[in-house]
Design a protein around this ligand. Structure first.
Ligand code: URA
Length: 282
């Protein structure tokens, strides 16, 4: 790998996935102007009118907004590959949702399971037309075994209730079924290990609309390195190897981000309205 490519990959692995400046800054230069708030150097520009309207943005969807099957794209090491193959075999064999839950609970190939209190599989109505996929369980979810039951989950519930959905008519799960220690971000290996289950999960629920909650879920399922700020407000499609169907996909900010950055709620409201529109049109 070329040195520049390796450096970029290093940034991406560390979670740096958005350029916040037009030009790179040389922080080694003597005369660099240091921002007074290094953690928040550039406020996010306010969205333009019409953003978040899927009907409009569908027309603008370009080829690159439809992503190929992620599970076919990623290079993996031999031992990881054997655990992924095991997950794939288990996912292949699951015929019902109950089979899939049993398979996930019995899968020992993902090391973080050893440190988790519970396997967090899903919550809500399996007959729902709306399926949400978040990142990974946090501390509350790990204790109770229910996705999105902590503070950020409460906010997500309120957001969905505002468009007429609650856990009796939406279904929710995560890209990982176990809490990453210390609430760190899921690694790409962990995501790859759980992906066969997630792919089967989508096929078994077979929703009309898939909502990916936050950048980790969006990247994992859509196989893109784009940041969440660029991804939200547009419509995507998703294919799982288990069903011959193109699922409509929306991407929204994660509620834990909105708790830290309430300014993002404004565009998220547009995204929620667009979700409601999509669901009322199908
Ligand atoms: N954040 C997530 O992404 N999922 C949960 O279940 C809880 C918090």
């Amino acid at each position: 790998m070329r040195q520049e490519t390796a450096l970029l990959q290093w940034y991406i692995d560390a979670g740096v996935d958005e350029a916040s400046d037009d030009q790179p800054r040389n922080y080694f230069a003597a005369d660099v102007t240091v921002c007074p708030h290094p953690n928040f150097p550039h406020p996010t520009p306010l969205p333009q009118a019409g953003e978040g309207n899927f009907e409009q943005s569908t027309k603008r969807v370009r080829e690159k907004d439809t992503f190929p099957l992620v599970s076919a794209m990623l290079p993996v090491s031999a031992s990881l590959a054997s655990h992924i193959a095991e997950a794939r075999k288990l996912a292949d064999a699951a015929v019902t949702l109950a089979d899939l839950e049993t398979a996930v609970c019995g899968f020992d190939g993902c090391a973080i399971k050893k440190m988790a209190t519970n396997t967090v599989f899903a919550d809500g109505n399996p007959q729902s037309r709306l399926m949400l996929i978040g990142e990974a369980p946090g501390a509350d979810e790990d204790i109770r075994g229910i996705p999105f039951c902590g503070v950020s989950g409460k906010l997500l519930d309120k957001m969905l209730l505002a468009i007429g959905y609650d856990r009796t008519n939406f279904y929710i799960t995560n890209t990982l079924f176990w809490r990453p220690p210390g609430n760190r971000s899921p690694s790409s290996d962990e995501l790859a290990l759980c992906r066969p289950f997630v792919e089967k999960h989508v096929a078994l629920i077979d929703p009309e609309l898939l909502v990916l909650v936050g950048g980790v879920a969006a990247k994992s399922l859509l196989g893109t390195e784009q940041g969440i700020t660029r991804m939200r407000g547009k419509e995507y499609t998703y294919r799982t190897p288990y069903k011959d169907k193109e699922y409509k996909v929306a991407v929204i900010y994660h509620p834990s981000y909105l708790l830290r950055q309430p300014a993002g709620k404004r565009v998220t409201w547009q995204d929620l309205l667009a979700i409601r529109r999509v669901l009322s049109s199908v």
